[in-house]
Design a protein around this ligand. Sequence first.
Ligand code: SF4
Ligand code: SF4
Length: 464
Amino acid sequence: MENNEPENTARMVVDACSDCDVCRFLMDSDCLMFPELYRFYDNEIETGKKITSKELRKLVDLCNFCALCPCPNIRADIIQAKTQFIDREVLKFGVRMIEDVERIGKLCGTFPGLANFLLRNRITGQPFKKTLGIHHRRRFPDIPARNFPTWVRKHRLHIKRNPGNRRKVAYFAGCTGRYLFPDVPKAAVEVLQTNGVEVYYPEQKCCGMPTLLEGDRQLTMQFVNFNIEQLSQIVEDGYDIVCSCPTCGYFLKIVLSEGAYYSPQYQQSIGAGDTHIKIPAGRNPADLTNHAFVLLKKSIYQSILKDEGYFSTISPRKRILVAEHTFDLSEYLGQLQRAGELRSPSGKVTGKMVYYPPCHAREQNIGRPYTELLRLVRGIDIEAIDGHFYCCGMAGVMGFKKGFHESSIQLGQRLMDKIREINPDGIVTDCLSCRLQFNQLLPYQVLHPVEIFNEAYSAEKTHG
Ligand code: SF4
Ligand code: SF4
């Protein structure tokens, strides 16, 4: 078997994790992949029968890249194996259709009334789901009458109106927001503008996470190449990039820049010299105030630390430029607050709300700015759930799939029970994929934190 065979990559994961064994106990209830990995491994030890190719294929399919497990390199290998399997097979028609939210959104958004009727109707809805490989019990969100890009054009945000403004951002809205929940990106724009920030909406594609998860290398690279070219140019024009979707932020900041700091181009640009590799000390590349370096001996680390990952064919300079200038919306608003430039809304929003911090916000290592920011809103009673111990289980597009729906519900059960126990008036979360799962399983209204903030600003105007 050749080295780039998916079985070899998946086997490396099995060997590393069975040798280490930490996730046998750490990940026994929050991940579907690890319990299966240890079951296959234990069976192999007991019976002497090698784990089969089919079993390895099943293993990598169980990972939804939730990032709860401790080792980024293991997650990267799982995605690599999945991609290698798909390189060898053909991507199923249904997966090809649903992995591209923009395409589905545009298609259904042409005649939203008709699309909603066809999707909700039992006679037409079920065959539609069957064709796309969507589980028959998975609820499809309502297609909005007007999507976000249409609103953008009406408000002329696609034109740089005031590039001289000191605070200016290129807003990366994310596909689910753009085509399924446009009230969220609208609220993000309005909150930024209320605080004097110039908002520009550059042309953008899907960040690439859903297609990466499906192992679709070609489409992922197409999206990423487009976005990197657009966004790196905008950063050079003096804009920061702001994401209201934590998965997009995680992808642009962390996933794309993986390995880029080890590239010869970057090392030369910072004058690393012949004896050491220099890497930024902060784990979060967006922490521009902390550009101290860690020095690692080349003789020891050069063979291990390389820019050889999924996106290494893309300019490391551009990947770093984008990563270092991308901010989660909460992080950006938090910075405004610390600089004394965020206006606390005086309007009231009442209710007992549960805040669920999504996994990809946690992975950005930025703390919990939204819990602090929501405390600025008068009248609201917020209880935050510790996201380290709970997963919603949706995993974006994966939660729609016939083969993953039941597992997705099972994974999210503990979180749903926890929220039912609190019995809030509503749920607040910044992840729209989590919102889909909450809408599927719970009776509460779900809002993005920025919608609450915007509502508080609007209440101000209403009540004088
Ligand atoms: S993911 Fe990391 S910590 Fe967990 S079992 Fe594998 S090697 Fe060990
Ligand atoms: S990323 Fe999540 S689903 Fe994948 S192996 Fe790690 S914990 Fe499991």
